[in-house]
Design a protein around this ligand. Structure first.
Ligand code: UDP
Ligand code: MN
Length: 298
């Protein structure tokens, strides 16, 4: 693959040499970005090599999830139960659940080496504000205990559940998720914020991919930068009476345009069953829940 970023390209070659990655295994899909970051699809990575490497380095992996209002009863138990079956199995894991009702968090049996911490957050009146406020809350958590105990952190929506292995092959300095509905769309059609007054705006011709805010991650330092950028720009927009088209996701897309992710996850890592079967989607790892907004949002 051709790359413009020598360090990402070196990392790709190293990972190929050690047997972790084989971007050439899937000629049917794009497996490398223009800046040299791997886009990982089924059979382009070796989960056993990734597992061994992560264990050698004694990683602690954080998984953050917000469950505020009715999202808690509706999704959290299944999210956590299936995470126990598929998320970083065999690694040291710490879940961080953010909710306004800590006492209502379901008690899920955790395997050895895995812990769950509950953090209280205020309940914002609008669902858009719950979603956007995550960036500020995550920024603070990454500056506290979460940041001290984890090496890498994945930040996820709760309205989904695990269906396949989601292991240390996804780990990198910064990780972005291709949006299942948009990965094959022409760039000019992608639903970026287009209002030039917004700090999230991307002009026509800008943007690499459309990334899904339901999954992003990286090292603690990289995520501190990402969440600071997004929280700051969300605030600046709000101060001027603006709200980007897809809220925090619009700001995340702006961030990843300016700061290219070190690894990109194919849509099988966060797949929508409503799309139906696609030849290139071999093993979905997370599945979106149906969007039952009438039940969840006021
Ligand atoms: N969320 C929540 N309570 C709310 C709204 C949002 O807990 O009232 C959290 C939850 O983790 C959810 C995420 O914010 O998955 C993003 O919101 P949502 O999934 O509704 O957005 P969409 O995926 O539809 O864009
Ligand atoms: Mn969601």
């Amino acid at each position: 693959p051709m790359g413009v970023c020598p360090s990402a390209r070196m990392a790709l070659l190293r990972d190929n040499f050690t047997g972790l990655l084989n971007p050439w295994a899937r000629p049917d899909v794009l497996t490398c970005t223009s800046w040299g970051a791997p886009i990982i699809w089924d059979s382009t990575f070796n989960p056993a090599v990734a597992q061994q490497k992560a264990l050698q380095q004694n990683f602690t992996i954080g998984l953050t999830v917000f469950a505020v209002g009715r999202y808690l009863e509706k999704y959290l138990a299944r999210f956590l139960e299936t995470a126990e079956q598929h998320f970083m199995v065999g690694q040291r894991v710490v879940y961080y659940v953010f909710t306004e009702r800590p006492a209502a968090v379901p008690r899920v049996a955790l395997a050895p080496g895995r812990r769950l911490r509950v953090e209280r957050v205020a309940r914002e009146p609008r669902w858009q504000d719950v979603s956007m406020q995550r960036m500020r809350t995550l920024h603070e958590a990454l500056g506290g205990q979460l940041g001290r105990e984890a090496h890498f952190v994945l930040c996820m929506d709760v309205d989904q559940h695990f269906r396949g292995a989601f292991g240390p092959e996804v780990l990198a300095e910064s990780v972005a998720q291709l949006h299942a509905w948009h990965y094959h769309w022409p760039r000019w059609l992608l639903p970026y914020e287009r209002d030039v007054r917004s700090t999230a705006a991307l002009a026509l011709g800008e943007g690499d991919f459309y990334y899904h805010a339901a999954v992003f991650g990286g090292s603690v330092a990289a995520l501190r930068g990402l969440t600071a950028h997004c929280a700051r720009n969300l605030r600046r927009d709000r101060e001027r009476g603006l709200e980007a088209r897809w809220h925090d996701e619009s700001h995340l897309n702006k961030f990843f345009w300016l700061h290219k992710p070190a690894k990109v996850l194919s849509p099988e890592f966060c797949w929508s069953p409503e799309i139906g079967r696609r030849a290139e989607i071999r093993q979905p790892r997370l599945l979106w829940a149906p969007k039952e907004y009438a039940l969840l949002r006021d």
